[in-house]
Design a protein around this ligand. Structure first.
Ligand code: GAP
Length: 499
């Protein structure tokens, strides 16, 4: 049974990956040179979907929260930043190689996969015990112990099927390069592995210039880079990816209250964009990162299992304290309110709650969730219809304008409608092929509305609007189109749920 399920899961992911390529969502990077592992490009549909996800996140953070403002920091940062953050010393993954297949794996992922198999077989107790044991060994940095655990659990290489493992070694995940043109004058800098540090080093700039009062947050969207050794599952784990992070600065001692608030707020966000609650879950970290005193992942049930899409971390005052130490610049906040309340201190380094989502993972989640296959009857034939059921606000194209024929003045009328609505919505005008084929093409890219212009349109200025999900058509005056489409595709419907 487990094998069958696995096959089904792989087939589904394979279908989604080829759909993404065929309809212009995601292409392998530099494909004409046979591509690059773990690097992908977003095509004409993909970039619209991804932009919509990012914009919605941005608006939710900065418009719905008076005390959250934005930032766009540089990718390159002073090298001491990464010393301070701990990335130079401890941003490592424990890797293990199989001597027969010569394939390299993350040791913790091999163990987690074994634990997931135990859970699927109904052996929750063994699953929890295995994860706890792994957490303990990693915490103690006992890499020999991790290897012994892999062997004891009889975890085999998926390629060679053997347990002929090397020792476990730590690999640093940061990409480095040289800055400066003269050899003796160069220094090593890093491509940022997280956007968060750009926020930390600007904490006082924003606080002072924006007259921000704790608690307040700084949000940022940007590229991050990690030399992921094991690149798998399409855009789930990439070497160049995008993060949407928000650091929320709070009074020491209030961090758990804010941690719980953001944990809840972020899960509700995913539900508001149409992800069923049953496909989302929290996963508390077994092993806390060096900077955290509490951490949880929000996981989505991908075709390949429940996996992390976003992390909520209580990062204490670790980062700001470290930056204060290495930069020798005070990173303290003077809390007037505390003084007024007669509390013992007014100057402190704030604690930080971080929400950290991967734009690419949210993209993959949205795509997987939208991908639908249903049996439909057309005349005497039963066929499978594939369509992408995106939330209309996230759909790359909002409406397609389709003249029924290429003559009798229908293209002119359709163009007139297109030219009027294009100021409000991203739309497509198409007159090639039968109307049925054109509906199918729009279903495949997830366009929520198809507007057909026919001979009746010329007589009474009405059109038919076909709904992507129900395939039902309603006739309505052209003058009502803008309001009708806007009601469905405007971010407002989502923002209102979250406000
Ligand atoms: N600042 C904290 C931080 O970076 P993380 O858990 O390492 O925490 C946060 O990353 C999010 O970034 C993850 O939940 C995931 O969505 C995304 N992410 C991390 N590594 C990624 C990768 N290699 N490819 C795509 N997304 C990734």
């Amino acid at each position: 049974m487990a094998t069958q399920d696995k096959t089904l899961e792989n087939t589904q992911l394979k279908d989604i990956v080829s759909h993404a390529k065929e309809y212009g969502f995601v292409f392998p990077s530099s494909e004409i040179y046979d591509g690059m592992q773990a690097v992908y490009d977003y095509g004409q549909m993909g970039v619209e979907l991804k932009n919509n996800i990012k914009q919605l996140w941005w608006k939710c953070m900065t418009q719905l929260n008076q005390n959250v403002v934005g930032l766009d920091a540089a990718i390159f940062m002073h090298p001491l930043t990464w010393k301070a953050s701990g990335h130079i010393d401890s941003f490592n993954d424990p890797m293990i190689d199989n001597k027969d297949s010569k394939k390299r794996y993350r040791a913790d992922v091999l163990i987690e996969e074994k634990a997931a198999r135990l859970e699927n077989e109904g052996n929750k107790e063994a699953c929890d015990a295995l994860l706890a044991e792994m957490g303990r060994l990693l915490e103690a940095e006992d890499l020999d112990g991790v290897r012994e655990l892999i062997i004891r659990e009889d975890i085999k290489c998926p390629v060679s099927g053997t347990t002929n493992w090397t020792e476990v070694r730590q690999f640093n995940l940061m990409f480095s390069t040289q800055v400066g043109s003269v050899a003796e004058d160069t220094s090593t800098i890093y491509l940022r592995p997280e956007t968060a540090q750009g926020i930390f080093v600007n904490f006082l700039n924003v606080q002072k210039t924006g007259r921000m009062k704790v608690p307040f947050g700084i949000a940022q969207i940007g590229k991050a880079f990690r030399n992921e050794i094991v690149a798998r599952q399409f855009i789930f784990r990439m070497r160049e990816f995008e993060q949407m992070e928000m650091q929320f600065f709070v009074r020491p001692g209030t961090e758990m209250e804010w941690y719980n608030k953001w944990k809840e707020t972020r899960k509700v966000w995913h539900e508001a964009i149409g992800i069923p609650a049953a496909k989302l879950r929290y996963h508390d970290h077994e092993k806390l990162a060096h900077y955290a005193n509490a951490a949880v992942d929000i996981e989505y049930q991908f075709p390949f299992g429940f996996k992390e899409i976003e992390g909520i971390h209580s990062r204490t005052d670790f980062d700001l304290t470290q930056h204060q130490e290495l930069s020798k610049k005070k990173q303290q906040y003077f809390d007037n309110d505390l003084n007024e309340e007669g509390k013992p201190y007014g100057n402190y380094i704030p604690y930080v709650i971080e929400t950290s989502a991967g734009a690419d993972r949210l993209f993959l989640m949205t795509l997987c969730n939208a991908y639908q296959e249903e049996e439909i009857t057309e005349g005497d034939a039963v066929k499978t219809r594939t369509f992408l059921k995106f939330h209309p606000a996230l759909a790359p194209v909002k409406a397609a304008i389709l003249p029924l024929t290429k003559k009798d003045g229908l293209p002119e009328k359709a163009t007139e409608i297109f030219n009027d609505l294009k100021f409000d919505f991203n739309m497509i005008y198409e007159e090639r092929d039968s109307i049925g084929k054109r509906y199918t093409r729009q279903d495949l890219i997830g366009t929520p509305f198809c507007i057909a212009v026919d001979h009746q349109t010329l007589e009474d200025n009405t059109v038919t609007v076909r709904d992507r999900d129900s395939r039902e058509q309603v006739r309505m005056p052209i003058s009502e189109l803008r309001t009708y489409i806007d009601k469905a595709v405007n971010f407002r419907s989502i923002l209102e749920k979250l406000a």
